[in-house]
Design a protein around this ligand. Structure first.
Ligand code: AMP
Length: 391
């Protein structure tokens, strides 16, 4: 613990025995906390909730609002580095924390990526390929933008959207007024609808010294706008793989990220890569790395924010990851024994309430091919539902 007002220590690695402060308390923080405790670190977490997925693993669970700047400062005073698993922390809160401990990645990375408009404007300005888009502040803006972007299009709130929340597809110009009301919010991005062939992502890490490591290119299948299954590696030609990794590296460097960042892409029918969005933290599509890679995305986050050398990421066997959503609990407790009869790894996040669409856990399978791993993980997940559940 340092005295109030003391500046954060300058540089040098943050070694085992030190304390990691995690803003946010969900499953991403939980898996980071597991990696951190394995390597002998202490973990503190701050969020407005109690008995959280991260808090169950952490040494200390602070319950406070993210905009309670006094609480955030106190939190930072008691840790050696602050990182986050939830990106909608305000610039004021990250600045308050930065008075007492290094914040990694820097608050400026959050500021850019927590708002779609800022993120897309930054990416386009830096020369990265993004979906054509227009800034919308009013019904007039939307009517003017539609002919320019074309139909179909998708209207997204500029801030605080994830897993398809705050998004409305527009197929006819007449839908425009209703779309603004349905998307909610007061500032939007109108995007061209991309008839993509596949969705891909690259999870990568960048160390405090600029070192770069990645987990390859993976393919993501979504259901109801939520990630459903990831297959790693993606079955794409080497030139696409090299291009996607190159773009990811460029984005981490352009944003000066110290930590982990995920770039989600659309691959069009013509073989072009377009960035859909960035997440400045470990990502659901990188969960396979816990079971398939020597150092997981969470260990990389830990190493990066502590200023340590990045770990080895080379995957030994193809893998697939299937999310377990709260819907699987509709008929009572899932049949864990039936799923575990398959060669899978089970990860559960310690959430007591299983709501539809809520990410409760995931399964990972390793196999000789990605397709075989996907087959196994889907069969194991299907076995969770008892035959009389009627799902
Ligand atoms: P997002 O929250 O922006 O990642 O969007 C969630 C999902 O909606 C994506 O993973 C896509 O499956 C779909 N989606 C979003 N934007 C577009 C778009 N411009 N064109 C086609 N599909 C989209």
């Amino acid at each position: 613990m340092r005295d109030p007002g003391e500046a954060p220590p300058a540089s040098g690695p943050i070694l085992p025995g030190s304390t990691i402060g995690v803003l946010g308390s969900g499953q991403l923080g939980r898996m980071l906390a597991i990696a951190a405790r394995q390597m002998g670190y202490r973990v503190h977490t701050l969020s407005p909730e109690r008995d959280t997925p991260t808090g169950q693993i952490a040494d200390v669970e602070v319950v406070a609002a993210y905009d309670d700047l006094d609480a955030v400062q106190d939190f930072a005073r008691n840790v050696d580095v602050v990182t986050f698993e939830f990106e909608n922390v305000s610039a004021e809160a990250t600045m308050a924390a930065a008075r007492f401990a290094p914040v990694r990645p820097d608050g400026s990375v959050l500021h850019t990526t927590q708002n779609r408009l800022r993120e897309k404007t930054f990416l386009r300005g830096a020369g990265f390929p993004v979906t054509p888009f227009a800034h919308v502040r009013s019904p007039e803006d939307l009517r003017a933008a539609l002919p320019q972007i074309g139909l179909p299009a998708v209207l997204k709130t500029a801030g605080f959207g994830y897993d398809g929340k705050g998004q409305v597809k527009i197929t006819r110009a007449d839908d425009a007024d209703g779309a603004l009301a349905n998307a909610g919010g007061n500032e939007w991005v109108l995007e061209a609808w991309v008839p993509f062939e596949r969705e891909l992502s690259v999870v990568a890490a960048r160390g405090a010294d600029g070192a770069f490591a990645h987990f390859g290119v993976v393919e993501n299948a979504h259901a109801n706008h939520i990630l459903d299954v990831t297959v790693a590696p993606a079955d794409v030609p080497p030139n696409i793989r090299a291009e996607a990794v190159g773009i990811a590296r460029g984005v981490l460097e352009a944003l000066d990220v110290v930590g982990v960042l995920c770039v989600e892409f659309f691959l069009t029918e013509r073989g072009a890569l377009l960035i859909n969005e960035l997440a400045p933290r470990p990502h659901n599509s990188g969960h396979f790395s816990i079971d398939a890679c020597p150092a997981s995305q969470f260990e990389q986050q830990l190493r990066a924010v502590c200023g340590l050398p990045l770990g080895e990421t080379e995957q030994h066997l193809p893998a697939a990851m299937a999310n377990l959503l709260g819907d699987l609990w509709a008929g009572g407790e899932p049949d864990w024994a039936a799923a575990l009869a398959f060669p899978v790894h089970l990860h559960l996040y310690g959430k007591s309430e299983a709501r539809p669409g809520r990410k409760m856990g995931h399964l990972t399978a390793l196999a000789e091919t990605g397709a075989e791993a996907a087959r196994i993980v889907r069969l194991a997940r299907a076995a969770l539902v008892r035959p009389d559940d009627g799902m």
